[in-house]
Design a protein around this ligand. Structure first.
Ligand SMILES: NC(=O)c1ccc[n+]([C@@H]2O[C@H](COP(=O)([O-])OP(=O)(O)OC[C@H]3O[C@@H](n4cnc5c(N)ncnc54)[C@H](O)[C@@H]3O)[C@@H](O)[C@H]2O)c1
Ligand SMILES: [Zn+2]
Length: 362
């Protein structure tokens, strides 16, 4: 069996509104079922999703972190059962990271797995969540605690759909792109850091492709995340703790922004571990650029998150992170821009010092 999904970037549909990507999938001309972000019900910009909806073949999902729960997965599974979906059939999941996480997880466990199309529609999902088969939901206030690693059969991106994204969601995706540059493609980072403001997705198709390629490469090298794939978690242990804390306080904090704030701390920590002044300067410069982007586009979220942060409480959540197998927090650190190492022990003292180093002047 071929585990490797097919990654393609083509229009989601032909001129007459017919599902297009099936042409690339032998024997699968169109999906039997579709799980789609409700956004496309209210904004019917993808014709074939609308026409599938008319045939009652679409389950509409409300995007957002609060939807990533067992109850929502159960509703999707019940819909599949009631409609008689069966294992020989295929399903397309269309949406941002939250819809893909719920939809692909449900489709992976339903009758032990349907044939799956992943169709990411946010910048973050095009470069990250839509790729790699790691899909899951939140549980007991902890991020992505329940899930599977099951590859989609095909990943299809159509960057034109990104034009309708809100600036905050573009920023969120830009942060994951930044992460991919910092951990695995210094050339990508060099190109990204020249942007004073966050560019519109229509101007950066090439960069989106390069950022997605970093994730594809790491997934192909280590599908089960036993080694190198772990570096994709750069900034995430802290980012996930910030997201959990925000959810508890009923505050909205987009994933990419939480990760951006986490990367600032991780960059300061990485710099503190290096004895090379040039590398240190490059990492601190990267932190300053990320901070400028975050404040420029999301000053409210950044200020409120940093001001309300309780480091003891964040640390308690970080110790619960799935990646830890001891009482220590295992973090990803950069050794230089474009190269990262995983499973590095981070102490509470280091976390506090680097947090203040990164966020003190807010
Ligand atoms: N599974 C993975 O490997 C992986 C990797 C990275 C992130 N994630 C997860 O992804 C989630 C974040 O994803 P996200 O940032 O895409 O959030 P999201 O799914 O909440 O989407 C953000 C917003 O964009 C809207 N939207 C979707 N497509 C649109 C379009 N084309 N035009 C306009 N609006 C559109 C959505 O309705 C939503 O309001 C987090 O839960 C994170 O944990 C998963
Ligand atoms: Zn992420």
């Amino acid at each position: 069996m071929n585990l490797k999904p097919l990654y393609i970037t083509v229009p989601f549909e032909s001129k007459d509104g017919i599902f297009q990507p099936g042409i690339e999938a032998p024997g699968r001309t169109k999906p039997d079922w579709c799980i789609a972000d409700k956004f496309f019900k209210e904004n019917p910009t993808i014709n074939w999703v609308s026409s599938a909806a008319e045939k009652k073949r679409v389950f509409w999902l409300q995007a957002g972190e609060q939807s990533k729960c067992l109850t929502q997965v159960e509703q999707v599974l019940k819909w599949l059962v009631k409609n008689g979906a069966h294992r020989g059939q295929s399903i397309a999941v269309v949406g941002g990271g939250t819809v893909l996480d719920i939809g692909l997880f449900a489709a992976s466990i339903y009758q032990r797995g349907l044939y799956k199309w992943s169709l990411p529609t946010t910048l973050l999902a095009c470069v990250d969540a839509g790729i790699g088969g790691k899909n899951g939901i939140n549980f007991m206030g902890l991020k992505n605690y329940i899930g599977t690693i099951t590859q989609p059969n095909i990943v299809v991106s159509d960057y034109r759909v990104l034009e309708t994204l809100k600036p905050l969601d573009v920023l969120s995706g830009w942060m994951e792109m930044t992460k991919h540059g910092l951990i695995g493609n210094s050339n990508l980072w060099l190109k990204m850091k020249r942007f004073e403001t966050i560019p519109k997705p229509g101007l950066i198709h090439k960069l989106i492709e390069e950022a997605a390629a970093v994730k594809q490469r790491l997934v192909e090298a280590d599908e089960q995340e036993s080694g190198p794939r772990k570096i994709l978690n750069f900034g995430h242990t802290i980012g996930h703790a910030l997201e959990s804390a925000a959810a508890e306080q009923k505050k909205e904090l987009p994933h990419g922004i939480a990760v951006g704030l986490g990367m600032l701390v991780s960059l300061h920590w990485s710099a503190s571990r290096s004895d090379n002044q040039i590398l240190q300067n490059e990492m601190i410069e990267a932190a300053e650029i990320i901070k400028r982007w975050l404040i420029l586009e999301a000053s409210n979220q950044v200020m409120s998150t940093v001001e309300s942060a309780n480091l003891n409480a964040l640390w308690a959540i970080m110790k619960m992170d799935k990646k830890n197998n001891t009482q220590h927090v295992r973090e990803v650190a950069l050794t230089e821009i474009g190269h990262a190492v995983w499973n590095q022990p981070l102490s509470f003292e280091e976390f506090k010092t680097c947090w203040f180093g990164a966020h003190s002047e807010h």
